[in-house]
Design a protein around this ligand. Sequence first.
Ligand SMILES: Nc1nc2c(ncn2[C@@H]2O[C@H](COP(=O)(O)OP(=O)(O)OP(=O)(O)O)[C@@H](O)[C@H]2O)c(=O)[nH]1
Ligand SMILES: [Mg+2]
Length: 211
Amino acid sequence: MNQKPLLLIIGNSNVGKSSITRLLMPNPRKFKGKIGKSPGSTLLIKKTTQNNLPYNIVDLPGFGYVSHSSRRRGEHIKKQMVVHIEKHYKEYFFGLVVINILRIEDEIEKYYIQNKKTIPLSFELIQFLREFEIPLLIIFNKIDKVSNLDKKKKINLFIESAKEYGLDLIHLNDHKSEKKSEIPYLEFSALKKINLGKLKSLIQKNIFNQS
Ligand SMILES: Nc1nc2c(ncn2[C@@H]2O[C@H](COP(=O)(O)OP(=O)(O)OP(=O)(O)O)[C@@H](O)[C@H]2O)c(=O)[nH]1
Ligand SMILES: [Mg+2]
């Protein structure tokens, strides 16, 4: 019945997925989703929609959801997410992978520096989504919480580590859409609405680029 294309917003709990969803609504006041409440609640795959929005939004937990819940539960949620993407990937015209900038060092250190055999979950997630050829934007959210210098340091660490896993990240401003191997990223603050305009116009562009 509802044929609108889907925008995917994916990332760990508490990174700001619902906050970003709300900002994309033509009428944020009517946004019914909860912000900052009950991480680890049951995964319900539900579309967020509004009349004047030309697409629907689905927000999903990423791979690293386990922090607030048990390991088994985390595995279950991850499996549900994978099944959902495998089934519905064709309906998605664009995906936002949301990363909490404050969590970058922790994640990279945990998986990369201590044990080079494992892969940071964010990179695993990005690789997984790329297999389905969903165009992606990496969003480093909550930049209002770090200094300019720290912001650069953290994003650089992410980019340099991603390279070792064959992921080529490039700032949205320098991104050329014909270079499909490069994944654009954007620093962002849902709180301060930093780069919201850029995000909105990129989403618009991707709706029209759909084949
Ligand atoms: N300082 C700051 N806080 C933010 C920003 N974006 C979101 N938050 C806060 O981070 C918390 C989590 O935001 P949500 O939007 O609920 O995060 P989520 O990813 O939807 O979380 P789950 O639904 O649990 O997966 C809330 O308290 C938000 O107000 C931001 O850009 N800056
Ligand atoms: Mg949420």
